[in-house]
Design a protein around this ligand. Sequence first.
Ligand code: 26Q
Length: 819
Amino acid sequence: MNHTFNKEEFKQSVESMLKALYRKSLSDATQQQIFQAVCYAIKEEIVDNWMATHQAYNENDSKIVYYMSMEFLMGRALGNNLINMGAYEGVKEALEEMGLDLNVIEDQERDYALGNGGLGRLAACFLDSLATLGYPAYGCGIRYKYGMFKQQIRDGYQIEAPDNWLKHGNPFEMRRDEYTYEVKFGGHIQHIIDDEGRDQYVQEDYQSVLAVPYDLPIIGYGNNVVNTLRIWDAEPINTFSLEFFDKGDYQKAVEQENLAKNIVEVLYPNDNHYAGKELRLKQQYFFISASVRAAVDRYKNLHDGDVRKMYEKVCFQLNDTHPTVAVPELMRVLIDEEGLGWDEAWNITTKVCAYTNHTIMAEALEKWPIDLFSRLLPRIYQIVEEINRRFTHEIRSRYPGNEEKIEKMAILYNGQVRMAYLAIAGSFSVNGVARLHTEILKNQELKHFYEMMPWKFNNKTNGITQRRFLLHGNPLQAAWITDKIGDSWITNLPDIEGMATYADNGAAREEFRQIKRQNKLRLAAYIKAHNGVEVNPDSIFDVQVKRLHEYKRQLMNIMHVMYLYNKVKENPSIDMVPRTFIFGAKAAAGYRRAKLTIKLINSVADVINNDPEINGKIKVVFIEDYRVSNAEIIFAASDVSEQISTASKEASGTGNMKFMLNGAVTLGTMDGANVEIVEEVGAENAFIFGLSSDEVINYEQRGGYYPMEIYNNDADVRKVLNQMIDGTFAKGDKEMFRELYDSLLNSWGGGRPDCYFMLKDFRSYAEAQERIDKAYRNQEWWAKAAILNIAKSGKFTSDRTIQQYVDEIWHLEKIEINK
Ligand code: 26Q
């Protein structure tokens, strides 16, 4: 589009869209209306390439990967689409000529918050990389009516407000009625033998809904490829024919209508935590059944209705266990609808499905009660039973007489369906998301599976798209890099290593500092507008933004802030570099300790920010409603990247990579992808602290440690803990934060005290923080370390991750779209 983009045509197109959509001219249209008109104008440009891409899939009979995910955390589309189309500058100028500011127009768009955190954002980065590399792919997901809740902070507490993201409609989506499917729930299965002597399993007395797809364009960077994210909406069957039903059917019709409304109503706002809710399982089967059948039908259309070699052209990548019903659903379609025998269907299924694991946290593992599962999905359950029967048979013949193996590996056990084990049994590939995480899977969590089927296991270290998180989010740094080394980093991030020489160049370091300062001013303005707090752009911006979870240890971070506050109070003339501690985090709505941690952060902020004795040495800011769009501004402005999870708990992390790419230095544990970040940039350019994952796992196997010993022996830590229950940060209320205090010290609060080793790691963390204070004083050293972080971030592009998935799992071929 770069060369074909015509400013005058575009301006006309926007004006005629305004007329057609709103009967408005430019001068009396609202910014929202202009935003819509701009999107519709560029959608026209997208559609031709979108059609050409699908034509190329068909003509080449391309193998396609279906990325199955309950979450796609896309953020905003407009800016990213313009960038990938090569039209950003042109549109910006055209709008300027119309007296409009593209930034203001972009701010009209709501984030597509169809995800919680890392797993959902990873899916979004993968779609960007797939399209940019030219690989045939669909994202398959749910069109939630309400995405991730909007977070409001009231009196320091998190309040959840509904995210009605579709209120103004979505200009980029296309409803595709012609690809609607009916999805059935409940009832019972009637086994009959048909005229030809074949088994038939007929579902009776079921409820059903229609799955209606909406397609969103996923635009590759500079290659005219437009892939598709297909999200499914639910609609009732036959709403209008209610009157024809007798009384019993009337009830059923109403139930079906409610079922349809409920299924896609809202994203579950849990991150790394399993909620065994029936509606969640309905959501899973709903979008999987529709997606699987759409994939099978597409394949059949191109292959004379014969599914037997489907594995040659189709791969389902399961984003965690959430879409695992794809395994039995594909079996059902192949056996019940396509008439294949079990063995042939299983051969196809296990060559089509591949599973990605994103966590080892026990509370995140999906286990469905068998009674719930079989009631909701009676035919699917029969198939899972048969998969389990055959799988346990295999285990027994491999390990005769070893019933412990059944206990450890059976899919059905203790009245539950263990979804991870179903995913492993039904997939040809099982991958972790960072090297350390994959090793822990192989040697600890899934060691029995690894021992039995080592060939399935592999690692795919996560990555992020530099096109959103540098080119769009940090235009100043992006332009600076391009000026130095050219723009090949946009599609080949390893080229960014060319920046390494500038780490030793005093003039370049000064340029970097100026850019960082501009970005800090941009964030400071955002904070002033949203929090009413003034922050000092010459202070260290020390940032922890991610979902709130105990294992991520935001509590340890704020305890360190309390500790520093005490130091300054003891010695007001203490020599320290001013620090701005910035937090952003949503807590799952039902996660009490997480929500209380938010309150503690805000309470500490209140006290410190208003204490004149602190004299600007410390500021604490909690950014409300952390999400993709403000994340882009935050990463660009950061000096210190807090990646402080308890070692072994964070499977990978991806925020760590976004900070690195934007020239922040990591303060972290040897966990997840931090290990590989340090390997790339060198330990001397990061601040590493804390227990290793082996040490953590050892303590856990011995039943934990005694945090009370630390409380008794370390006066600074004791003081901080006492301040949680003496009202210092709670206007005298001694009870407000007692639950947090108890979680660290008292086992009677349920479970082991301090099971995330915050007190154990505290001293080591505080020392690392002190090293940062010392290091920042040497501005030349700091700029050098920051530039080296940028230069060594090449490994962490999702383009590399996707290429590894393609080479080692999916085996796709690139398509080319010439314009
Ligand atoms: C499960 C059952 C019921 C309801 C909700 C859930 C649920 C939802 C979301 C369970 C887990 C999640 C999200 C997990 C997640 O985001 N994991 C993160 O994935 C990233 C991408 O691989 C990693 O970088 C992070 O380390 C990992 O925590």
